[in-house]
Design a protein around this ligand. Structure first.
Ligand SMILES: [Fe+2]
Length: 490
């Protein structure tokens, strides 16, 4: 639990701090955005869906980690130069019960149920469905890495329920929040931490890998053994391979978590003596074909990956520590959330050679790229950056890095806090030079948020800024669909 007396920090509204951007948005809205500076591009049409915790407190209790607030979808529907906004919480059992009882009823990644050991013993964390979202095979899913996806009706934003792929995703399986589109086929590949049965030292840990075809069926599965209980948030996907970086992060024994004596987050430990493993899984056989070992490190998010001859090229945000978890676990007191440096790895599957180059040293996270380039050489990567600008730093800049390494950095004014910048292609185009960057920015001075639309070729000034009637709590990830999905926006 946080140690702050007033976890909402509502007393700080107007100060240039990221903390007020964590205040709850309990109300659900649906309206057309009317406060517009600039012009919404006529060739931008589709749906920008974002997911993130909409609340960090319930009743007089605060969650113990940014990861544990209930998931809220924010939907920007864009067409004909107009933008409609709607937000809706995912009706998970956790959301429904905690809303009714106005208290914490479920454990989380870093949250214990108040009341001591007996309240927590034997209880697994609840699923807040708060991390990412995707539209695939006609389904809108809200994703979280410690559970199964939740299906949401894209036309109404009503929650349909937990999504199991017709039972293929069993109750004991989890699916990560970072599935990736397989460019050549349009399949969607994801994974989840799991076990391969019991060994002499306890459960044999693995990554379960799922390949979902265009019809929405899990068409192939695989298992990748890993030596320790993994912290694995994301992976990379090229045309032929799924690439897993097994971080130097030990999650500790699961025993104390089951006994209720500590949360999962409290067991997280960056082990400076643990080399990072890089496992390459062939997508045809769904089995490991190659493994690399490199210096200890932590990679939370990946950009694109593709093959270049015998080499696999992988974009990743690399950090030599995992201090981020401490900041996230004390979110109401943190003033800086750093990221990693942007590295481009080259992994030669024929010779076993590996190398990397630093594309940008700026602390950054949430790398994105034009999804039309998934698995093939892309032109540009975008990310949210954490820089010194005289105020708290909770992603306060955006970075545009060309494939050749030219960097454009847009630092926001002090008191403005950005989020994951997402590429949206212009209508009927797959060119990186012909699209837009969508970014939600929180204004701590006025305690409201805006949608900023930049030309993808120049992120120095937005072409349109659309102010919401309220703030949006800081979010994690989003998705772009080329269609307007919401009934209210049609
Ligand atoms: Fe993520």
């Amino acid at each position: 639990m946080t140690t702050l007396d007033d976890p909402t920090r509502s007393d700080r509204i107007g100060a240039p701090t990221m903390h007020t951007g964590l205040l709850n948005l309990d109300d659900e809205h649906s309206y057309w955005l009317e406060a517009i500076e600039g012009t919404v591009p006529a060739d931008l049409e589709g749906t920008f869906v974002r997911n993130g915790p909409g609340r960090q407190t319930i009743g007089d209790m605060s969650y113990g980690h940014w990861f544990d607030g209930c998931g809220m979808l924010s939907v920007f529907s864009i067409a004909d130069g107009k933008v409609h906004f709607a937000n809706r919480y995912v009706r998970t059992p956790k959301y429904v019960r905690e809303t009714a009882e106005q208290k914490i009823c479920y454990r989380g990644f870093g949250t214990q149920i108040p009341g001591g050991l007996l309240k927590n013993i034997g209880r697994l964390p609840g699923n807040p469905a708060n991390t990412n979202t995707v539209v695939h095979a006609g389904k809108l899913l809200a994703l979280y890495e410690g559970g199964r996806p939740f299906e949401v009706d894209p036309a109404t934003l009503e929650t349909v329920g937990e999504y199991t792929y017709e039972g293929a995703l069993t109750k004991r399986m989890v699916m990560s929040a970072h599935g990736h589109f397989h460019g050549p086929t349009g399949d969607w590949v994801n994974f989840g931490a799991g076990s391969m049965g019991l060994g002499l030292k306890g459960p044999k840990m693995c990554f379960n890998i799922f390949r979902v075809d265009g019809a929405g069926r899990i068409a192939a599965t695989g298992q990748l053994p890993v030596a320790h209980f993994p912290f694995a948030h994301d992976f990379a996907l090229s045309g032929k391979y799924a690439i897993f970086f097994v971080n130097s992060i030990d999650m500790g024994s699961f025993g104390p978590v089951l006994l209720g004596t500590r949360s999962i987050s409290e067991g997280v430990n960056f082990d400076e003596s643990l080399p990072m493993q890089i496992a390459i899984v062939d997508l045809d056989t769904m089995s490991e074909v190659s493994r690399f070992e490199t210096d200890p490190g932590a990679i939370v998010h990946f950009g694109n990956a593709f093959e270049d001859g015998d080499e696999i090229v992988v974009d990743a945000m690399h950090s030599d520590n995992f201090e981020a978890n401490e900041a996230l676990g004390d979110i109401f007191n943190s003033v800086r959330l750093r990221g990693g440096e942007f590295r481009r790895y080259r992994l030669n599957v024929a010779t076993g050679a590996m190398s990397y180059e630093v594309m940008s040293p700026t602390n950054s996270e949430f790398p994105t790229f034009n999804q039309h380039k998934a698995g093939v050489r892309h032109d540009v990567t975008y990310s949210a950056c954490s820089v010194e600008n005289g105020a708290d730093s909770f992603f306060n800049a955006i970075q545009r890095v060309t494939y050749d390494g030219d960097v454009q950095l847009n630092t926001l004014e002090p008191g403005f806090f950005g989020s994951e910048p997402l590429f949206a292609p212009a209508k009927h185009s797959d060119s990186d030079a012909d699209g837009y960057i969508l970014e939600v920015v929180y204004n701590a001075h006025e305690h409201n948020s805006s949608l900023l639309i930049f030309r993808a070729t120049d992120i120095s000034e937005p072409v349109a800024t659309l102010k919401l009637r309220h703030h949006l709590p800081h979010q994690f990830h989003g998705f772009w669909s080329d269609r307007v999905l919401l009934d209210a926006a049609r």
